[in-house]
Design a protein around this ligand. Structure first.
Ligand code: ARG
Ligand code: ZN
Length: 844
C-alpha cells in the first residue's frame, strides 16, 4: 500500500493526555493505557482508528464500559461517543522476542524502545502519527534498578517509577528504558539559571567511556544557547547507550537513546574519527529538542523539516568546535559518496518525498544530507542576519506545532520579503543538477556562462531550473585574488555573469565552499587546476582542485592506460610539504577519489566501469605517490607524531591523520616495518588501527590481526572494527571469501545490527570486491539479507541499497545482480521494507 503526501487529513480527535503503565516481563509485558480523546474541531469526524501491530488486546473500555473493537493487522476500529471520551486498554507484548528492534525490545537484558517512525504502535493502540501530540505520564513497574522515561521524574519506590513529560509530544518521541545501568552524572546551568541534571546511562563496565560524550553534551547545550538562543526545557536530560540499535541514535524527549557505538568513547578503544562522530551525534540529538521535538513534523513526508535542519545545525556546531574547512570538505566527500550515488540511481527521491510504502526506507542521505545542503543554500542566499531573524520567527511562530516545509519557507519569506516559489523546487525535484561552465575574456571583461540541467529520476522525466547560489572568486595570473568571493544567483537554465575592469584574464574559482549540491562541469587543463591548488584562497576549492587533478589522472590511467601524471604528483608534493597548511587539510588532499566516484564518472561519460581495473589503477597511483616522494612522506610521518597523552581534539587528530596517511603510503615501500613498529608501541586506537590497516593493505597483518583479536575480544565495539577491516582491506578476489569466513566466526551475531553491518556494510562498500565477476559477493549478501529480513526488516532494507548502482555495470554483472534481486523479491513473507526497496531497485 502506497501512502501519498497529497492525501493528508488531520486526525478526527485530539489527545488531551495519556497515562501509561508498564508491567515489565520479557515474554509478557502488560501495557495499560488511559487516553483522553476530544473531537478535533479542525477535522471532519471519521471512523475511530487506532494503530496497533503485534499486540494482544486483553481488555478495552470506553468511559469505563467494556467494548469489543474490530481488530486487524494494522490496528483497531471501534464505535465511540460523539463528544470527548476516555479510552482504556490493556495489551500484552513480548519484548524478548522483538528482534526488529522497533517498539519495546530487549538488548543485553535491558528494556529499551525505538518508536520513530512508527514503532509506538507495537507498544499499545494509539493514533501513531506525528501530528497527534499529547502530554504523557508513565508508570514503570519492575525489579530493574533503573527505570526511565521522558520528562521529569515524579515518584519512585519499591518496584516502580513514575515520569511526567509536560511538553506535548507525538508518540514517536516516547521512550522507556529499564535495566541494570550505571549513570555517569553531571549538571548544566542554562543561561536563565535553570539547573539541569545530566546522565549518561551505560552497562556496568562501560562507565569509563562516558566522559567525552558528557563534555560533548554540555558543549552542545551551550552552543545552542549562544548561536540559536535555545535553552533546555526540563529538569533532567538522560542519554542511554544500547548495544542493539538499528540507527545511530534517537532524540526521544529528555531521554535520548544511542547506539553504543555513537556515544561510548575512550582513547584505547575509539579512533579520532569515532570521537568526532560521537561529538556530532550527541549534538545532533540534543539539537532535535528544538528542531524536531518542540517543533515537530505534521506527517512523515516532512521528515527533512527536522532532519535537514538538525544536520545543518550539527555541522555548524562541528565547524565551530573544530575546523570549518575540514568539516566542509569531509561533508562534501560524504555527500558525493552517499547522496549523489542515491540521486543517480533507482532510489532517487526528492528531499521531501511524495509517496512511500515504508517510511523507514526514507531515512536517507537525500532527506538528511541534501536536506541540510538546502538549508545551507537558503542561508547563503538570504545572508546570516536574515537567517537568524527567520529562525527566531520559526521558533516563535511554530513552537508546539507539527509543521510543514511550507511553514518553514513562509518564515523566510516573511522575515526577508523574498519569494521562495522557485527555491521550493529543491524540496520537490529529485536528482543532482549538472552545472556546465564556460568562460570568455574580452578587453578587461571576464564572463562566466552557466548552463544547468538535472537528469531524469524515477517518476520525474523532466526538470525545471533550480535556484543555484554560486560562490565565485577570481585569481589574477600572479596568484593574487582580484575578486573576492561573491555570490551569483542563478535562476535560469542558462545565465551569464560578467566581471569588468580587470587588468588581465583571471582564473575563476567557482562554487566556493561547495555553495550548491551540484556536479560542476568545468573543462580546465592540468595547469589551471594545479594553479588553483597552489593559489586559491578558498580552502574548499583548493582541495577540490587537487581532487579534480587526481580524478583526471586516474581516469586517464583507467581509460587510456596512461602513467600516473607527474604534474599531479608534483603539485601534490608541493601542497603536502607546505607546513603553513593544516595537516588535516593535507591529509584530505592526499586521499584519492573513491572507486565509486570514478565508476559513476566513467558511466556518465559513456564508459562501462570495470571495478577491478579501477581498484588496480588506484593501487598503482598510491604506489606512484609513495615512490614519487618517499623522503617527504617519511619526514611528514616523523614530524607529525604527537607526543604525550592522547587527546581527541582537532589539532592532535589532524597531525595523526597526516602522519597515518603518510604511513599508509610508506608501508608500500618498507614492507610494513614502520607500521609494525607503530602497532607495537601504540597506546590508542587511532594509532593501533592505522598501523593494522596499513599492514592489511599489503597483506602482511596476520600476526597483528590475531593479537588484536586476543587483546579486544571482550569489547564488542572494537571487535566490530576487527570484523569490518578484514573485509574492507581484502584483495577484491578474496573479499567475498573473507566475509563468508567471518560470518562463520563464533562472534558473528546477525541479530546485532552493528556486527551485521561490520561485515556486510564493508562488503558492499568495497566496490571491486563486491562486484567481483564471480558474483560471489552478490550471492553472499542476498543470502544474508534473506536471513535477516525474517528478524529485522529495517536494517535489511537499508542494506539492499548495496545493489542500487547495478545498471552502471556490464551485462554479465547486471544479470547476476538481477537474479539475486529477483531471488529476494520472490521470498514468501518478505517484509514491506525490503519489498519496497527491491522493487524500486529492479524497476529502474
Ligand atoms: N531521528 C533519528 C535521528 O536522526 C533517527 C531515527 C530513525 N529511526 C528509524 N527507525 N527510522 O537522529
Ligand atoms: Zn536526526
Amino acid at each position: 500500500e502506497t501512502i501519498y503526501l497529497a492525501d493528508y487529513t488531520p486526525f478526527g480527535w485530539t489527545v488531551e493526555d495519556v497515562h501509561l503503565t508498564f508491567r515489565l516481563a520479557p515474554e509478557s509485558t502488560r501495557v495499560i493505557s488511559k487516553i483522553r480523546f476530544v473531537p478535533n474541531p479542525e477535522a471532519s469526524q471519521e471512523r475511530f482508528f487506532l494503530h496497533g501491530e503485534e499486540l494482544t488486546l486483553v481488555s478495552a473500555k470506553i468511559d469505563g464500559q467494556s467494548v469489543s473493537p474490530e481488530i486487524t493487522e494494522q490496528g483497531l476500529t471501534c464505535a465511540v461517543p460523539k463528544g470527548a471520551f476516555t479510552w482504556e486498554a490493556e495489551v500484552e507484548i513480548a519484548p524478548a522476542k522483538n528482534f526488529a528492534l522497533e517498539g519495546l525490545y530487549m538488548s543485553n537484558g535491558m528494556y529499551c524502545t525505538q518508536c520513530e517512525a512508527e514503532g509506538f504502535r507495537k507498544i499499545t493502540y494509539y493514533p501513531d502519527r506525528p501530528d497527534v501530540m499529547s502530554v504523557f505520564t508513565v508508570r514503570i513497574e519492575g525489579d530493574e534498578p533503573v527505570k526511565l522515561s521522558n520528562g521529569n521524574p515524579v515518584a519512585s519506590g519499591e518496584g516502580f517509577a513514575e515520569w511526567h513529560d509536560p511538553w506535548p509530544k507525538p508518540a514517536y518521541l516516547f521512550a522507556l528504558v529499564a535495566g541494570e545501568l550505571v549513570a555517569h552524572p553531571d549538571r548544566f546551568t542554562t543561561r536563565s539559571g535553570k539547573d539541569v541534571e545530566l546522565n549518561i546511562y551505560v552497562r556496568p563496565g562501560d562507565e569509563d567511556k562516558c566522559a567525552f560524550g558528557m563534555e560533548a553534551l554540555k558543549k552542545s547545550m551551550k552552543w545552542d544557547e549562544d548561536v540559536y538562543g535555545r535553552e533546555y526545557d526540563l529538569d533532567i536530560f538522560n542519554i542511554v547507550a544500547v548495544d542493539d540499535f538499528n540507527m545511530g541514535a534517537m532524540e526521544n524527549k529528555g531521554l535520548n537513546i544511542f547506539n553504543s557505538s555513537c556515544v561510548l568513547a575512550s582513547p584505547e578503544t575509539s579512533t579520532d574519527a569515532n570521537f568526532e562522530r560521537i561529538e556530532a551525534i550527541i549534538a545532533h540529538e540534543y539539537f532535535h529538542n528544538w528542531t524536531g521535538n518542540r517543533i515537530t513534523c505534521r506527517d512523515w513526508f516532512q521528515l527533512c523539516l527536522k532532519e535537514g535542519l538538525t544536520v545543518f545545525r550539527d555541522a555548524s556546531f562541528t565547524a565551530d568546535m573544530r575546523s570549518e574547512p575540514v568539516k566542509r570538505i569531509s561533508d562534501v566527500i560524504d555527500l558525493r559518496a552517499r547522496q549523489f550515488r542515491e540521486d543517480n540511481g533507482p532510489l532517487a527521491h526528492p528531499v521531501r518525498p511524495e509517496s512511500f510504502q515504508e517510511i523507514n526506507n526514507f531515512y536517507t542521505a537525500t532527506v538528511y544530507e541534501k536536506g541540510a545542503e538546502v538549508i545551507g543554500m537558503l542561508k547563503r542566499l538570504v545572508g546570516d542576519e536574515a537567517y537568524a531573524k527567520a529562525l527566531d520567527l520559526y521558533f516563535d511562530r511554530h513552537d508546539g506545532d507539527a509543521a510543514t516545509i511550507e511553514d518553514w519557507l513562509k518564515v523566510f519569506e516573511d522575515a526577508t520579503g523574498r519569494d521562495l516559489t522557485q527555491f521550493k523546487r529543491w524540496y520537490s525535484q529529485a536528482g543532482t543538477p549538472r552545472l556546465r561552465v564556460s568562460e570568455s575574456w574580452d578587453d578587461g571583461t571576464f564572463t562566466l556562462t552557466f548552463r544547468q540541467e538535472t537528469p531524469p529520476t524515477p517518476g520525474q522525466p523532466t526538470k525545471l531550473p533550480q535556484v543555484l547560489p554560486i560562490a565565485v572568486g577570481l585569481i589574477g595570473p600572479n596568484g593574487d585574488e582580484v575578486q573576492e568571493t561573491t555570490l551569483l544567483e542563478m535562476t535560469e537554465a542558462e545565465q551569464s555573469f560578467s566581471f569588468s575592469g580587470l587588468g588581465a584574464r583571471p582564473v575563476p574559482s567557482i562554487l566556493r565552499g561547495f555553495s550548491a549540491p551540484v556536479v560542476l562541469q568545468h573543462e580546465t587543463d592540468t595547469e589551471t587546476r594545479a594553479f588553483l591548488l597552489a593559489h586559491d584562497t578558498d580552502p574548499y576549492n583548493r582541495w577540490e582542485a587537487g581532487r579534480s587533478l587526481a580524478k583526471q589522472a586516474l581516469l586517464r590511467m583507467i581509460t587510456e592506460g596512461a602513467e600516473p601524471d607527474p604534474a599531479y604528483l608534483g603539485a601534490l608534493q608541493t601542497v603536502i610539504t607546505d607546513e603553513t597548511l593544516d595537516p588535516a587539510f593535507r591529509a584530505l588532499t592526499l586521499a584519492l577519489p573513491s572507486e565509486d566516484d570514478l565508476a559513476q564518472t566513467l558511466h556518465e561519460g559513456g564508459t562501462t566501469p570495470d571495478p577491478q581495473l579501477i581498484w588496480e589503477k588506484r593501487e598503482e597511483m598510491r604506489e606512484a605517490m609513495a615512490r614519487w616522494m618517499p623522503d617527504q612522506l617519511a619526514t611528514l610521518y616523523r614530524v607529525h607524531q604527537v607526543p604525550g597523552e592522547y587527546r581527541p581534539d582537532a589539532e592532535p587528530a589532524a597531525a595523526r591523520a597526516l602522519a597515518n596517511t603518510a604511513l599508509g603510503l610508506l608501508t608500500r615501500l618498507d614492507g610494513g616495518e614502520a607500521a609494525r613498529a607503530q602497532y607495537a608501541s601504540a597506546d590508542n586506537m587511532t594509532q593501533q588501527l592505522a598501523a593494522l590497516t596499513a599492514l592489511l593493505s599489503i597483506g602482511a597483518a596476520e600476526t597483528e590481526l590475531a593479537a588484536f583479536y586476543e587483546q579486544w575480544k571482550e569489547d564488542r565495539l572494537v571487535i566490530d572494527k576487527w570484523f569490518s577491516m578484514q573485509v574492507a582491506f581484502a584483495r577484491p578476489e578474496e573479499t567475498a571469501d573473507v566475509a563468508a569466513a567471518l560470518v562463520a566466526h563464533p562472534d558473528f551475531d546477525m541479530k546485532n545490527p552493528n556486527r551485521f553491518r561490520a561485515v556486510f556494510g564493508a562488503l558492499s562498500m568495497s566496490q571491486a570486491g563486491f562486484h567481483a565477476p564471480s558474483g560471489k559477493g552478490y550471492a553472499l549478501l542476498a543470502d544474508w539479507l534473506i536471513k535477516l529480513d525474517a528478524l529485522n526488516p529495517q536494517t535489511t532494507a537499508r542494506m539492499c541499497a548495496a545493489f542500487q548502482t547495478w545498471k552502471r555495470f556490464d551485462a554479465g554483472r547486471q544479470a547476476l545482480i538481477k537474479a539475486e534481486l529477483e531471488r529476494i523479491a520472490a521470498r514468501e513473507g518478505l517484509s514491506r521494507d525490503v519489498s519496497e526497496m527491491v522493487t524500486r531497485i529492479l524497476n529502474h
